[in-house]
Design a binder for this molecule. Structure first.
Ligand code: UDX
Ligand code: UDX
Length: 468
C-alpha cells in the first residue's frame, strides 16, 4: 500500500517539524497538520517565517519550500482525517494533575479524544500512528476505542516514537540514528508497518529503520529517555563530589567519555535537565513499574528525578550563600530561560525552579533570553502559583538587551548554554555591575581564567568557586 495522503493531529514541537520534513522529502505525499489551537495554525501559516510557533535552526527554510506545495496547516480536523490514509497522533500527553496517578501517570485524555474523533469521521480503512510518547500498551486502548466506536472500517495501529531533540530537530529528522516502527505481528500489521517504512525510506537508509512489536516500540521510547536523563543525573551527582574534592567535572567527563563503552555524549554537568520529555517519561516508567508491583525498579528510576531536583536546589543555595546568605532586594541577572540552547521551549526548564526559589527569597530578577518571549516567562512563573501574577511582575523583569539586564546587578546566573553568551564583552558587563560581581555558571559555558582576570568571582557547576 502506497500512502498519498497523511494527516497529523497536533502541530506542536514534534508534529510540526516532523511533518515538515516528511513533506519536504516526499513531494508525492500530501501532508496536512491540524490542531485545535487556531493561533498556532495561523502562526504556522504566517508569511513572516520568524513567526513560526516553533523555533528550530533550519526549519523555516523547509517550511518555506514545502508549505502550500504538499504541506498544509489547518484547523479543519475532520476533513483532514477523512482524506488521509495514515493519521499521526502527536498531541501532548502531560503528567496527570488530578485523580489516580496524579503527578506521575500520563494524562491520555487528548489521545482518547483523538481516537474517538478518528473513529467518528473515518469512512475508509486507516493506519493510525502514535507519535506522542505513551505508556506501554496504549496502542491496545486506542485500538479498542477505534474498533468499538468506528463505522466498521479497519484500523491498524503503529507506534513510531520520536527521538528528535529540540534545537537539533531538523538534523535529527534528516539523519536519524534510527527510526523505530512498532506494529502488530499479523499480516495486516506487517502491511501497515511496511507502508510507514516506505515513507521513511525516501530519505533514511533501510538498515536504520527498525521494526518491532508495538510494546517494544512504546517501551523503547521511555527507556531511551530514562537512560539519557540518568546519564545527566549521574554526572550531576559527580559534580558535587568534584566541587568538594577539587576535581573538575569537565575533566572527569572527558576522561570517562573517551571510554568507548561509555561514550562522550550526555555527560555535561548542568543546573539540571529540563524539557517536556525526560521527567514526564521517567514518571511514566515509574508509574508503570509500580502498577506491576515492581517497587525496586520504580525507586531506581525515580532517583534520577530526585537527583535532578536536588541539583536545582543546590545551585540556588550556593548562589544565596555566596551572596552573604541573603538575596533580598538584590538584583540577579538570568542569562537564559529556555531548557536548552537553540529552542524557545521552556517546559520544565531549570531556570523556572531557580527563579522561583530566588523570588521566594525576595530577590529581584532580570532575565535575558535570545528566543523566549516575555509572556512565556511570566506564564511559567504564574503557573507555579507560588505568588500572584502581580507579585511576579513586580519582582522579575525581562530585558531584550543583555547588557541592560546586567546593569547594577550583584550576580549573573547562566541557566541556558546559548552560544552568544560566550561572545559578550564581559569587561563591559563587569564594569556596570555591583562589586563583588559574581557569575554563577550553571552550564560550564564560560572561561574561568578570562572571567577571573577581569575581576569576577566565578562559580561553575562541578568545578567550584574562585578562591576555593
Ligand atoms: C507532544 C507530546 O507531549 C510528546 O509526548 C510527544 O512525544 C510528541 O508530542 P509536543 O509536540 O512537544 O509533544 O507537544 P505540544 O507542543 O504541546 O503540541 C501538541 C499540540 O497538540 C498542541 O498544539 C495542541 O493544541 C494540540 N492538540 C492537543 C490538539 O490539536 N488536539 C487535542 O486534542 C490536544
Ligand atoms: C529528549 C531526547 O534527547 C529526545 O530523543 C526525545 O525525543 C525527547 O527528549 P530534548 O528534551 O528535546 O530531547 O533535549 P535533550 O537534548 O535531550 O536535553 C534534555 C535536557 O538535558 C536539557 O535541559 C539539556 O540541557 C540537558 N542536558 C543534556 C544536560 O544537562 N547535559 C547533557 O549532557 C545533555
Amino acid at each position: 500500500m502506497s500512502i498519498k495522503n497523511i494527516c497529523c493531529i497536533g502541530a506542536g514541537y514534534v508534529g510540526g517539524p516532523t511533518m515538515a520534513i516528511i513533506a519536504q522529502q516526499c513531494p508525492h505525499i500530501k501532508v496536512t497538520v491540524v490542531d485545535l489551537n487556531e493561533k498556532r495554525i495561523a502562526d504556522w501559516n504566517d508569511d513572516n517565517l520568524d513567526n513560526l510557533p516553533v523555533f528550530e535552526p533550519g526549519l523555516d527554510a523547509i517550511v518555506k519550500e514545502a508549505r502550500g506545495r504538499n504541506l498544509f496547516f489547518s484547523t479543519e480536523v475532520d476533513k483532514a482525517i477523512d482524506e488521509a490514509e495514515m493519521i499521526f497522533i502527536s498531541v501532548n500527553t502531560p503528567t496527570k494533575t488530578y485523580g489516580k496517578g496524579k503527578g506521575m501517570a500520563a494524562d491520555l485524555k487528548y489521545i482518547e479524544l483523538c481516537a474517538r474523533q478518528i473513529a467518528r469521521v473515518s469512512k475508509q480503512n486507516k493506519i493510525v500512528v502514535e507519535k506522542s510518547t505513551l505508556p506501554v500498551r496504549t496502542a491496545s486502548a486506542i485500538k479498542s476505542i477505534l474498533d468499538h466506536t468506528g463505522n466498521d472500517v479497519k484500523f491498524e495501529i503503529l507506534s513510531n516514537p520520536e527521538f528528535l531533540a529540540e534545537g537539533t530537530a531538523v538534523t535529527d529528522l534528516l539523519k536519524p540514528d534510527r527510526v523505530l516502527i512498532g506494529g502488530d505481528t499479523t499480516p495486516e500489521g506487517d502491511m501497515a508497518a511496511k507502508a510507514l517504512v516506505d515513507i521513511y525510506a525516501n530519505w533514511v537508509p533501510k538498515e536504520r529503520i527498525l521494526t518491532t512489536n508495538v510494546w517494544s516500540s512504546e517501551l523503547s521510547k521511555l527507556t531511551a529517555n530514562a537512560f539519557l536523563a540518568q546519564r545527566v543525573s549521574s554526572i550531576n551527582a559527580m559534580s558535587e563530589i568534584c566541587e568538594e574534592t577539587g576535581a573538575d567535572v569537565n575533566e572527569v567527563s572527558k576522561a570517562i567519555g573517551m571510554d568507548s563503552r561509555i561514550g562522550s555524549k550526555f555527560l555535561k554537568a548542568s543546573v539540571g535537565f529540563g524539557g517536556s520529555c525526560f521527567q514526564k517519561d521517567i514518571f511514566n516508567l515509574v508509574y508503570i513499574a509500580k502498577s506491576y508491583g515492581l517497587n525496586e525498579v520504580a525507586d531506581y528510576w525515580e532517583q534520577v528525578i530526585l537527583m535532578n531536583e536536588y541539583q536545582k536546589e543546590r545551585f540556588t543555595n550556593k548562589l544565596i550563600t555566596t551572596l552573604y546568605n541573603t538575596v533580598s532586594d538584590k538584583k540577579i541577572t538570568f542569562f537564559g530561560w529556555a531548557f536548552k540552547k537553540d529552542t524557545n521551549d521552556t517546559r520544565e526548564s531549570a531556570a523556572i525552579k531557580v527563579a522561583d526559589n530566588l523570588l521566594n527569597e525576595q530577590a529581584k530578577i532580570s532575565v535575558y533570553d535570545p528566543k523566549v518571549k516575555v509572556n512565556q516567562i511570566y506564564a511559567d512563573l504564574d503557573y507555579l502559583k507560588t505568588r500572584t501574577s502581580a507579585e511576579n511582575k513586580a519582582l522579575l523583569t525581562v530585558e531584550s538587551d543583555p547588557y541592560v539586564a546586567c546593569e547594577n546587578s550583584h550576580s549573573i546566573a547562566i541557566l541556558t548554554e546559548w552560544d552568544e553568551f560566550k561572545t559578550y564583552d564581559w569587561q563591559k558587563i563587569y564594569d556596570h555591575m555591583l562589586k563583588p560581581a559574581v557569575v554563577f555558571d550553571g552550564r560550564s559555558l564560560l572561561e574561568r581564567k578570562k572571567l577571573e582576570e577581569i575581576g569576577f568571582i566565578y562559580y561553575s557547576i562541578g568545578s567550584g568557586i574562585t578562591g576555593n
